[in-house]
Write a protein that binds this ligand. Structure first.
Ligand code: ADP
Length: 328
């Protein structure tokens, strides 16, 4: 009900909406409306009240709550349930717990900060408060577990497409990093639980460095990490980014579920690839080799050409890719 009050206020910008109107449309007492308004105010909404005129929404908080993201969301099920936290250790870990307890396909866990965010191979992920979009999508696909890495490509394509809608051009460092000006502004971590031939759930963690400033990025990673704010000079509307990524994700993911193929996502990954055409270092544990990235095939494998002229596919998840002289 509180959401409905908010929705009506939002759809009447710069206008007073009378308590009488709200109470008759929503079929509750004016006292109830007054209580909802107070509760919205407690959640950071600035609402002006004037006697005889009613209520006017002045501003909304910069929070990644369901109420805020909803305004920009046009999905059927992805993000239709958002569980929002002020602080959390890791959105992926909470997503796993909730998925195991029965959270539905498409549920999204978002936190304003992560105190121990994770990257691949158990690495730390920096996720300071109110500065980024730290979210994890819970999925329950009936697919073969070997196809789960494809969801990383779908997610990368969704992030790049979402950013494109905000006129931000980013590249994908196959398979899971999103890069602007050779620095990482987003990482994707896909995890799954299941058996050899059956998936219980998949978690897609997406961490977007939206409004981090230079001071927020510690020396150790400042050579490879950056943010949308730093690279574009524009303060980013986090809820809009979150919604646009989820909108694109649902379209691409649904296409995969229905056709079993990820050609559309791969086309986006290819067109926005940072690696294709470059010489790269492929790191597999202690082993390193140098090759030229030439393509991404429709399975999501990176095709590389080795010194002797023959080419081979590289499977994501097994390797780290670096530039010849640094991060990329
Ligand atoms: P890669 O895919 O490049 O091997 P990961 O996906 O494992 O890297 O990401 C973890 C690494 O990213 C960390 O080791 C750290 O150097 C870097 N990192 C941590 N937090 C951030 C962040 N918020 N933005 C960009 N890079 C980060």
């Amino acid at each position: 009900m509180k959401e409905d009050v908010l929705l009506i206020l939002k759809s009447n910008p710069e206008t007073y909406v009378s308590g009488q109107y709200l109470s008759s449309v929503l079929n509750v007492s004016r006292t109830a409306i007054w209580k909802y308004i107070n509760s919205l105010k407690e959640n950071g909404y600035i609402i002006e009240s004037a006697s005889k005129k009613g209520y006017m929404l002045i501003s909304s908080p910069d929070l990644l709550t369901s109420d805020e993201i909803n305004t920009f969301l046009d999905t059927k099920y992805v993000g239709r349930r958002i569980i929002h936290f002020d602080t959390i250790e890791s959105t992926n870990n909470t997503a796993k717990e909730l998925a195991a307890k029965g959270a539905k396909d498409g549920t999204v866990i978002i936190s304003e900060e992560q105190t121990s965010g994770k990257g691949r191979l158990g690495r730390q992920w920096l996720a300071p408060k109110y500065k980024g979009v730290w979210m994890s999508i819970i999925l329950k696909p009936e697919i073969n577990p070997v196809d789960v890495p494809k969801i990383t490509h779908i997610s990368a394509a969704a992030v790049v497409s979402g950013l494109m809608e905000l006129n931000i051009k980013a590249h994908i460092k196959w398979p899971n990093d999103i890069i602007i000006n050779n620095k990482k502004i987003c990482g994707i971590l896909t995890e799954m639980s299941g058996e050899i031939n059956r998936i219980s759930y998949v978690i897609v963690g997406i961490g977007i460095n939206a409004n981090l400033e230079l001071d927020d990025i510690p020396k150790g990673i400042s050579e490879k990490a950056s943010s949308l704010l730093i690279e574009t000079g524009r303060k980013i509307d986090r809820k809009e980014v979150a919604a646009k990524v989820l909108n694109n994700f649902e379209i691409l993911y649904q296409n995969f579920i229905e056709t079993g193929m990820i050609n559309h996502s791969i086309k986006i990954c290819r067109e926005n690839s940072l690696l294709i055409g470059k010489n790269i270092k492929i790191i597999n544990g202690q082993e390193e080799k140098i090759a030229r990235a030439v393509d991404i095939n429709n399975k999501g494998e990176l095709i590389v050409e080795l010194g002797d002229g023959h080419s081979e596919p590289i499977i994501s998840g097994e390797v780290s890719i670096r530039g010849l002289n640094g991060y990329i």
